[in-house]
Write a protein that binds this ligand. Structure first.
Ligand code: OGA
Ligand code: NI
Length: 376
């Protein structure tokens, strides 16, 4: 076989609907994209019916609102007018969208660029070297290099390759080969970003509570400093010959409490469902995107809602994104804030690990259903 035509696979294992452990081989999209370059063809396994259904054309899309973190950090004067205005904006944006951009977030741009360099360095390695550089663990929450959410042989595949790691608590992936060995500073660059991003996430948990007129600590007190989790997922969307026929990432909510996203090389691809329509999300360089996850919806007792979102692919353009998912400790029980306006509570206490297990067991779903697990 010509080297050019060689087919590369990620090996995945999954529990099927009958509860059987199965293994399957999923094409490495990066290699496939190389081979299909210039062709007008997509393998059937990636095809979906009408990915453009209910899509708002980009020129008609509302821009995602932007929140200035520096203004919210003016804590020295709680009654500061600028701060109060930004807090009011945060309240309406978070409730209406569950997703917003942040500027003046304080993550140094050299740290963001460090992430970009190591991620591109990793994906720039030949496939065999990527595979040798990092293991793949379907049994450990799909960590490593490969794919997520493969549950059956007949499910349409996403146009994506991913790399997943657990960055906190420290030592959780000890003994596992989940951090790429190449580029050599990969782990260091990501951990530096995680440390900076955690400050932003912690501040956001406080100001989000405050913006909802709740006691400032109601959310953050559920995140033990040493035990709370940050999972890192690097998404790579190679150029796609038929963006009209496939998706980069199947529609979903994030199971996390909060997610913070950076993207690079191109803007565009992420879409959020708002008022039954898919809206394209674009964000300027060095701006970060934040979204509410299911666990914050539960903690806020439905005051905030996790948005349903997906990613579309682009022709001749590659795109990277890095998502950090912030969760309380796996053994922690999350406690929804009391509802004063409604007669009954919407959500009940759930153990974080139980929720995650349920979420991954039933994903992917065609609608937002995993969260029903936590309905009172
Ligand atoms: C995710 C996600 C969006 C993106 O990783 O959960 O929604 O733009 N990513 O890659
Ligand atoms: Ni997501």
């Amino acid at each position: 076989m010509e080297e050019e035509d060689k087919v590369y696979f990620h090996e995945v294992s999954f529990i099927d609907k009958e509860g059987q452990l199965r293994t399957s081989k999923i094409p490495v999209v990066q290699e496939l994209a190389r081979q299909l370059k210039g062709l007008n063809h997509l393998p059937d396994k990636f095809k979906r019916v009408h990915p453009d259904h209910q899509l708002v054309t980009p020129s008609f899309a509302l821009p995602i609102p932007t929140i200035n973190m520096a203004k919210l950090r003016l804590v020295a004067e709680p009654q500061h007018k600028v701060r109060a205005q930004e807090l009011a904006k945060l309240a309406s944006v978070a409730k209406e969208w569950g997703m917003f951009l942040i500027t003046d977030h304080g993550v140094p741009s050299n740290v963001l660029h460090g992430v970009k360099d190591v991620v591109k360095g990793f994906f720039g390695l030949p496939f065999e070297e990527k595979k040798a550089s990092v293991g793949s663990y379907a049994s450990v929450e799909n960590m490593g290099y490969g794919r997520n959410f493969v549950k059956s042989e007949d499910q349409p595949l996403d146009w994506i390759d991913r790399l997943t790691m657990k960055a906190a608590p420290e030592g959780t992936s000890e003994g596992l080969h989940v951090w790429p060995q190449k580029p050599t500073n990969f782990r260091q660059a990501i951990e530096q970003y995680v440390r900076e991003a955690r400050k932003v996430l912690d501040d956001l948990l406080e100001v989000l509570a405050e913006s909802l007129s709740l006691e400032r600590h109601v959310f953050i007190q559920q995140f033990d400093t040493n035990e709370s989790e940050i999972n890192v997922r690097v998404n790579y969307y190679p150029p796609c010959p038929r963006p009209d026929q496939t998706l980069g990432l199947t529609p979903h909510t994030d199971a996390s409490a909060l997610t913070i996203l950076m993207e690079f090389d191109t803007s565009g691809g992420l879409q959020v469902l708002k008022d039954q329509k898919w809206l394209p999300v674009k964000w300027p360089r060095d701006t970060l995107l934040v979204n509410v996850g299911d666990m914050l919806e539960i903690m806020s007792n439905g005051r905030l809602q996790s948005p349903w979102h997906r990613v579309v692919t682009q022709m001749d353009v590659e795109r990277f994104s890095v998502a950090l998912f912030y969760n309380p400790a796996s053994l922690a029980e999350i406690v929804p804030v009391r509802n004063t306006t409604m007669e009954h509570e919407s959500y009940k206490n759930v153990v974080v690990g139980d929720y995650l297990q349920h979420f991954y067991k039933i994903s992917p779903t065609t609608e937002k259903v995993a969260i029903k697990f936590a309905k009172a």
